[in-house]
Design a protein around this ligand. Structure first.
Ligand SMILES: Nc1ncnc2c1ncn2[C@@H]1O[C@H](COP(=O)(O)OP(=O)(O)OP(=O)(O)O)[C@@H](O)[C@H]1O
Length: 477
């Protein structure tokens, strides 16, 4: 029976919708908060989600991408007040199936649910024809660049060819490899990770191919090796660019012949594994420099997935940040947190050299340090990121002030002048801390420019003691 997840904090509305769903022969489930609703969706409940916009713990439209990406991939119908129609239309463009204004006749709601389920059935039938549905296996993101990569991951899962996944550190290469494995015919069999950068030179062959008893001093029994452990499953070579020339040669042979000889062994053994490899290095360049075998590169790159850095997929920031916050709170039994627009803007202004891993650490650090605080502002960001952000904002504003402004720009700058301007009002202490920090960044930039980089002169001009001066400078840097 189709499942209808009703997310509305108004008990009367929720009950009416639940009665209607039941009346239509569906299974209703009610949630009075976004957090509860997401927990149900993440647990796999819901063919259709009826989602209210104004919820006690946040805005339903902002949570929309997480519902759309949740495991049942439900059709979401937004339930909105008459004055929010415009944003609901926007939501439909962003993946919601439909929207209904509050107070619409029951027949209109019935029709919307009916149509959503018809559409869903067709969609599922189409997917079934193409094979089993794709499980994103923890991969979160909605940007076009990321969706293209997901398509490739799904395609890779339907085949058994070697795949090379490239991308900067922390872009999700290992996670994508796991998703390929989980969605492939080899799911349920081992997924074995080999960190090529950590293979000890003298033992690398035995770690990979195994050894027989007595093959070398200390080999007091047979060892299987990682390749045999991956038998029937997937072998993931992480940092493949770090394989030594010797191992590249031996491994290429194992890959071509599907057979190899354990160290000290007389007989060859069979290796039935699917190869996935990842690197953040430019293997083509390494080939030109003679550091990587060309024949091995062609072997492992039957298919290539290039994961873009986080700074090139702006649309992923919000769902990822919310995903990590939700995951962390759930794991630590904490109430969920609300991310303010100002915080999301501050996250969007970062360069993220450590990509998704850095974002994850940032969100977790924020929750851990903003002890018990339910609403997160830029002031809760780890210090080094906050200073980077304040500096960028200050630079942006300086550029605005020196550039040519139209009268419209003045209003824009005036609102940006408030470091925490946005949808919600921060506490005075938070506002004051951020404003003070920004003033300090500004002051020090001007001071150092005035002193021509002469630190002694700058310290004297500042009127601060040497210790205070350098402490503050270190903090701002
Ligand atoms: N699209 C994503 N959705 C959810 N989590 C992600 C995503 N991409 C990366 N992560 C998370 O970011 C962290 C780093 O991911 P992963 O280890 O897969 O990156 P990597 O590219 O293999 O990094 P490295 O090159 O440093 O080994 C992990 O905690 C992973 O769960």
């Amino acid at each position: 029976m189709p499942e209808i997840l009703i997310i509305d904090d108004d008990p009367l509305v929720a009950e009416t919708l639940a009665d209607l769903a039941e009346d239509m022969g569906h299974v209703p489930l009610r949630a009075a908060s976004l957090a509860d609703g997401l927990a149900h969706a993440d647990a796999g409940f819901g063919d259709v989600v009826l989602l209210d916009v104004m919820m006690p713990d946040g805005n339903g439209l902002e949570a929309l991408p997480r519902f759309v990406a949740s495991p049942p991939r439900p059709e979401v119908i937004i339930i909105t007040g008459a004055d929010a129609e415009q944003s609901a239309e926007m939501a439909v463009r962003n993946g919601a199936w439909d929207y209904i204004t509050k107070g619409a006749p029951v027949s209109a709601i019935r029709l919307a649910i009916l149509r959503a389920l018809e559409f869903r059935n067709e969609k599922l039938a189409r997917t079934a024809q193409q094979g089993r549905p794709f499980n994103p296996a923890g991969l979160v993101g909605t940007s076009p660049a990321f969706m293209d990569c997901l398509d490739l991951v799904a395609k890779a899962a339907r085949s058994d060819v070697p795949v090379l996944i490239t991308g900067e550190t922390g872009t999700g290469k290992e996670l994508a490899s796991r998703a390929i494995h989980e969605n492939s015919d080899r799911a349920g069999r081992p997924f074995v990770v080999v960190d090529c950068a950590a293979l000890p030179e003298n033992l690398a062959e035995s770690v990979l191919f195994g050894h027989v008893r007595g093959a070398f001093t200390g080999a007091d029994r047979d060892a299987e090796g990682l390749i045999r452990q991956a038998s029937g499953g997937t072998l993931f070579l992480d940092e493949i660019g770090e394989l030594s020339p010797n191992l590249q040669k031996t491994f290429l042979r194992a890959l071509q012949e599907r057979r190899f000889r354990p160290v000290g062994g007389r007989q060859e053994v069979e290796g039935d594994f699917r190869l996935l490899a990842a690197t953040n290095r430019d293997l083509q360049l390494m080939v030109r420099r003679g550091e990587f075998r060309e024949d091995l590169l062609y072997r492992v790159r039957s298919m290539h997935i290039a994961l873009p850095p986080l700074r090139q997929r702006e649309d992923d920031l919000r769902p990822l940040a919310e995903h990590f916050v939700h995951q962390y709170c759930e794991r630590n039994n904490l109430p969920s947190r609300i991310l303010t627009q100002e915080l999301l803007r501050a996250l969007g202004a970062q360069h993220w050299p450590g990509n998704v891993r850095e974002l994850r650490n940032t969100m977790e650090t924020m929750i851990a340090f903003a002890d018990g605080v339910r609403t997160l502002y830029p002031a809760h960001l780890p210090e080094h990121i906050r200073v980077r952000h304040l500096r960028a904002t200050a630079e942006g504003m300086r550029a605005d002030h020196t550039g040519h402004m139209t009268s419209g720009d003045h209003a824009e700058v005036a609102s940006q002048d408030l470091p925490l301007a946005g949808l919600s009002i921060p506490t005075w202490m938070t506002y004051r801390d951020v404003a003070l920090e920004r003033a300090a960044v500004d002051y020090f930039q001007n001071l150092l420019a005035y002193a021509g980089g002469d630190m002694v002169k700058a310290q004297q001009l500042s009127g601060l003691s040497r210790a205070q001066f350098y402490r503050l400078l270190r903090k701002l840097r």
